[in-house]
Design a binder for this molecule. Structure first.
Ligand SMILES: C[S@@+](CC[C@H](N)C(=O)[O-])C[C@H]1O[C@@H](n2cnc3c(N)ncnc32)[C@H](O)[C@@H]1O
Length: 225
């Protein structure tokens, strides 16, 4: 089935949020990083400014800058309404209110858009959907990331997750997934089953992060081969 942009809610986080969610330290910042389901986040752009090598992957990179911008503008209205309706599911300490949240997210997505065409030419933004086989060799990257994609969209199912994470682990020596909550801000059976599968085959840790915006969203899953 063709990938449709109107089914996606593009919503992007910043480098600083990625640093906190994924507990990226100085050594990690020397590593080659692959960001799966990177969407319109400004992580790639801001990381590159700091000399960190990141490649971002997402099916929305099939579309051009104007098409993505139009979809961001449409979707932001819906997302902000949902945030208002679910206000109590979030911790409003670091981000103080809905206005501040909107400013933060929109400025991250503007940075992404300003970098997108150049980054596509440099092959830093590559159109790709999990769990397809990637064009990279085994162990080409030190770290693979998934922020607010894997384990969140439980409707994708168990088989999808096993195949997707297995392919991530083929090209990356280690992968990090954040948060361990679904769209209802709950820990799902799917997450527990996926953890069980990889615990039997890999080294697996759950770390507690300082970053917590979605209440209870302060767990980072780290899987190493
Ligand atoms: C909520 S956004 C998260 C964006 C970014 N990681 C962040 O935290 O700011 C989820 C992203 O997953 C992407 N996505 C959807 N299906 C995908 C797939 N099969 N493989 C990889 N990414 C996918 C969407 O296009 C969207 O950009």
């Amino acid at each position: 089935m063709a990938f449709r942009l109107d089914n996606v809610v593009p919503w992007g986080r910043t480098f600083e949020e990625y640093r906190q969610m994924f507990m990226l330290d100085e050594a990690d910042m020397q590593a080659k990083i692959l960001d799966f389901g990177a969407g319109p986040s400004s992580f790639n752009f801001q990381a590159r400014q700091k000399g960190i090598e990141v490649i971002s992957l997402d099916p929305i990179y099939e579309f051009n800058k104007q098409e993505i911008k139009k979809r961001i503008d449409e979707a932001s209205v819906t997302v902000m309404k949902q945030m208002q309706d679910n206000y109590d599911n979030y911790l409003w300490d670091k981000i103080k209110n809905l206005n501040e949240l909107k400013k933060l997210r929109m400025s991250a997505m503007e940075l992404f858009l300003s970098d997108y065409e150049n980054g596509k030419k440099e092959k830093r933004y590559i159109c790709y959907s999990l769990p397809e086989r990637l064009m990279f060799e085994d162990n080409s990257f030190e770290i693979g990331l998934s922020s607010h994609f894997l384990l969140m969209y439980t409707a994708l199912g168990y088989d999808f997750h096993i195949k997707a994470i297995s392919e991530m682990l083929r090209v990356c020596k280690e992968i990090r997934i954040f948060p361990l909550l679904d769209l209802n801000s709950e820990r799902s059976d799917l997450t527990d089953n996926v953890i069980k599968y990889f615990k039997a085959r890999c080294s697996l840790k759950i770390k507690e992060t300082d970053y917590e915006f979605q209440k209870g969203g302060n767990k980072l899953l780290v899987i190493k081969k």
